[in-house]
Design a binder for this molecule. Structure first.
Ligand code: FES
Length: 159
């Protein structure tokens, strides 16, 4: 995947160049590119006062940053306490089977990324799956797989 480094330069120009700006720059890069590519880190280091190792340190320390590409749709299965009790393990298994990937992986066509996350704040709807910003609750294995079927059928646009 080719990264448009002009977009990275524009972020640096907008946010700033000193070391205190590492987090906001990386956040802006991730907002725009959906992850923080190696090429972006190299470019930020080349155009600011920060080194690659400083930037990597920040990007790997904070769980919010992803260093791998993310699929067009991010499927997050909640594994917080309420969802765990409600059967989150089975939901993850159903999603893994439906998407053909393991937790934390992208589908080969980069259409989906599957990951488990901690409580997403909708415990009364447990067990919960979020697809991008949309929440699906009170799921069982079948309903979980159905979310993907609906997306594939062009129903239930999740953005
Ligand atoms: S535990 Fe899943 S939403 Fe809170």
């Amino acid at each position: 995947m080719t990264i448009d480094l002009a977009r990275v330069d524009a972020i640096v120009a907008r946010v700033g160049k000193d070391a205190s700006k590492a987090i906001p720059i990386l956040q802006a890069v991730q907002e725009e590119l959906r992850y923080v590519p190696l090429e972006a880190i190299e470019r930020i280091a080349a155009t600011t006062e920060m080194t690659e190792s400083q930037l990597f340190g920040v990007a790997t320390f904070y769980a919010q940053f992803r260093l791998k590409p993310v699929g067009e749709r991010l499927v997050r299965v909640c594994h917080g306490t309420a969802c765990h009790v409600g059967g989150a393990v089975g939901i993850s298994e159903a999603m893994e089977a439906r998407l053909g990937v393991k937790d934390g992986e992208n589908t080969p066509d980069l259409r989906y990324t599957l990951e488990s996350v901690a409580c997403v704040g909708c415990c009364s709807l447990a067990p919960v799956v979020m697809v991008d910003k949309r929440t699906f609750g009170k799921l069982d294995r079948k309903k979980a797989a159905q979310i993907i079927d609906d997306l594939e059928a062009g129903k239930g646009g999740a953005r």
